[in-house]
Design a protein around this ligand. Structure first.
Ligand SMILES: [Fe+2]
Ligand SMILES: [Fe+2]
Length: 324
């Protein structure tokens, strides 16, 4: 009787949850894709279509632009958007490879999941280099992507692991949100551009889960003083991202103003530059901060005083979005 009861109890127990690292490996194997065979498929960009959706490019905030110029501005921003991911993936791949060291002689699923993650980010960097070359073929000369992947990676990787993993989770959540909310539903966008971010999204879903696991693992090692310094590092990193956005928005607004279909007044040129910077802050900083997953995890590991410190530091950036 006791044996029957024990068997019944065993049967009634929920099955043990598969390890999250193991689930990431399974998903990574299931969704794996190839740059040429799946994404590019011998296609070129159709420049009669927008690249970025209006909700990300904010082109409708410039009422003096006609449809052709809104399309061009969306393509210039979309070109930089792809380059920005290629840029971020340089430091993300290096940091993930570094944290994988903690698992070398431990959880082999964790090690495999992080090695696959690194391999995917190397592939994504190649994809975004190919996309840059394809956009360059169809667009006029003079586009400049200002930051360099290794320069940015050296600066970012000089900050503590906690802050780099926080920034990485932020990026890998907002890329998914942008795809699901903006790129996927907009069938008027370039088909190739949508496919790039469709395939990218499929592998990023696993990355965000791993970022969170590794960030929380790193967080558990810190004492309160170290975590407070890590919050300062995170604030510095967001400031560094903003400096990149300021420089790139100047370059992109200048390129757009040169090739826009009618000559712009100096007030209109200023308005384009202000709008592109606002769009970039929305794309790379604010939309991610509004992501509930990121803010929930962050709030669970920092103090209200640290949250307030972040809020004060970011206020000049988020101010323009109070109404969003
Ligand atoms: Fe990626
Ligand atoms: Fe990623």
């Amino acid at each position: 009787m006791q044996a029957v009861q024990a068997a019944a109890t065993t049967l009634a127990m929920p099955a043990a949850k598969p390890d999250r690292y193991a689930r990431c490996i399974a998903a990574s194997k299931r969704v794996r894709w190839d740059i040429d065979k799946d994404v590019i498929r011998n296609r070129r960009f159709d420049l009669s279509k927008k690249f970025l959706p209006d909700g990300l490019s904010l082109v409708n905030e410039l009422p003096f632009l006609d449809d052709a110029d809104k399309r061009l501005l969306s393509q210039v921003q979309g070109r930089s958007y792809a380059n920005m991911f290629g840029l971020a993936e340089r430091f993300i791949a290096a940091k993930v490879l570094e944290v994988s060291r903690d698992h070398w002689l431990g959880n082999q699923d964790a090690l495999e999941a992080l090695v696959r993650f690194t391999d995917e980010e190397l592939k994504h960097q190649e994809l975004f280099r190919r996309i840059e070359a394809l956009t360059a073929e169809g667009m006029p000369e003079g586009y400049e992507f200002v930051p360099t992947p290794n320069g940015v990676a050296s600066d970012v990787l000089s900050k503590c692991t906690w802050a780099v993993l926080a920034l990485t989770l932020h990026i890998e959540l907002f890329t998914q949100e942008h795809y699901r909310q903006g790129i996927e539903p907009d069938e008027a966008l370039s088909g190739l551009y949508r496919d790039v971010f469709f395939y990218h999204w499929r592998e990023e879903s696993q990355h965000a889960i791993l970022d969170e696991l590794e960030w929380l693992r790193e967080d558990a090692r810190l004492c309160p003083e170290e975590r407070d310094r890590a919050v300062t590092d995170l604030i510095d990193l967001v400031g560094a991202v903003d400096a990149i956005l300021q420089a790139q928005s100047v370059a992109d607004a200048r390129f757009f103003s040169k090739y826009c279909h009618r000559s712009l007044s100096s007030a209109e040129r200023d308005a384009v530059q202000t709008s592109v910077l606002k769009a970039y802050r929305w794309q790379y900083i604010v939309s991610g901060l509004q992501q509930s997953r990121f803010s929930t995890v962050l709030a669970s590991i920092i103090t209200p005083a640290q949250q307030a410190r972040i809020g004060v530091a970011l206020e000049p950036i988020v101010r323009a979005f109070a109404a969003h």
